[in-house]
Write a protein that binds this ligand. Structure first.
Ligand code: FE2
Length: 311
């Protein structure tokens, strides 16, 4: 790995961990859906390579692990596709670059303590998660290869465990795969974008969990910063926000070190929906480096922050 890549990886990792704890990230997958569909169970179910008791960790692959680094994040939503669900458990496992699930030579029989490329993540207060790993390789299922995929069990107390799989756009084996080619898998095939440190993707999950008991009001009528779109972005991104009252508003972009990069807005504003755009430049108009940045909304006593990725 090049030194720059390593630096970038560390940056993303730090943000990813922070993001999982406090930030909402990217309902892009939801925007592409015409209706509010819940995330479907995968046709292949659990498969033969699951083992329970994986460690809690956001980085599944060591730095020595062969393959292309893969950075994923997303949000778990209730069945209105708007209300984020905190404290949802994601139990994740996948094959390595060569299509093997085990760190032992006999890669078809992982033992209980063989937690290569496995981990458990819990969504943060804004329903978000982030993880770093390597892109899974293909492996033979009978006479044909399965597309690259990541297994996960999503656990929430109001529903049965959701056992599903994530796929990646452009994989030549999706069409011939009995699970990935099904219509109910369409929302689980995500695009990946090439960044400096590897591939970046967003996977949002919708559970059949009602919003009763969740603070639905927060999503509709309270002042709040919404997620920028597109995200990740290259040239321009739009940052929407909602004001419940006439307020003095400031929107600031800052970097991982907490240094202010640009102030996009600083003025009194009327209630309602608003948005600002950021073209990925600093206060002097110079393009910022690829990486993760934070957007902070300050309105009255409220302060909200979200992560954004420039690629
Ligand atoms: Fe698999």
């Amino acid at each position: 790995m090049k030194r720059d890549d390593e630096k970038n990886r560390r940056s993303f990792l730090r943000t990813g961990l922070l993001g999982a704890a406090a930030l909402t990230i990217i309902p892009r997958g939801l925007r592409s859906q015409s209706a509010c569909d819940t995330t479907a169970v995968d046709f292949y179910g659990l498969g033969p390579f699951y083992s329970s008791g994986a460690p809690t960790r956001h980085v599944l692959a060591s730095q020595e692990e062969a393959g292309t680094r893969l950075f994923l994040n997303g949000t778990v939503y209730a069945n209105d596709c708007l209300t984020p669900l905190p404290n949802v458990i994601l139990d994740i496992w996948h094959a390595d670059d060569s299509g093997c699930y085990s760190r032992f030579e006999d890669c078809e029989n992982p033992t209980q303590d063989d937690y290569k490329l496995r981990g458990i993540i819990r969504t943060g207060s804004e329903g978000t998660f982030a993880l770093e790993t390597v892109k899974p390789g293909h492996y033979l299922n009978g006479s044909q290869f399965r597309p690259s995929h990541i297994h996960l069990i999503v656990r929430h107390p109001e529903i049965e465990d959701l056992v599903t799989q994530l796929y990646f756009e452009g994989d030549p084996y999706i069409e011939i795969d009995a699970a990935a080619s099904r219509p109910d898998a369409a929302g689980r095939i995500i695009p990946l974008e090439q960044g400096e440190a590897g591939l970046y993707g967003v996977f949002d999950i919708v559970l059949n969990v009602s919003t009763s008991g969740v603070e639905a009001e927060q999503t509709t009528s309270a002042t709040r910063l919404r997620q920028n779109h597109p995200n990740p972005f290259t040239a321009m991104t739009r940052i929407p926000f909602y004001l419940a009252a006439t307020q003095k508003v400031e929107i600031t972009i800052y970097d991982l070190q907490g240094k202010t990069v640009a102030t996009l807005l600083h003025k009194q504003m009327q209630p309602g929906s608003h948005a600002v755009e950021w073209n990925g430049t600093d206060a002097e108009g110079k393009p910022v480096e690829s990486g993760t940045y934070f957007c902070r909304l300050t309105a009255g006593d409220l302060e909200q922050t979200r992560a954004m990725t420039k690629v």
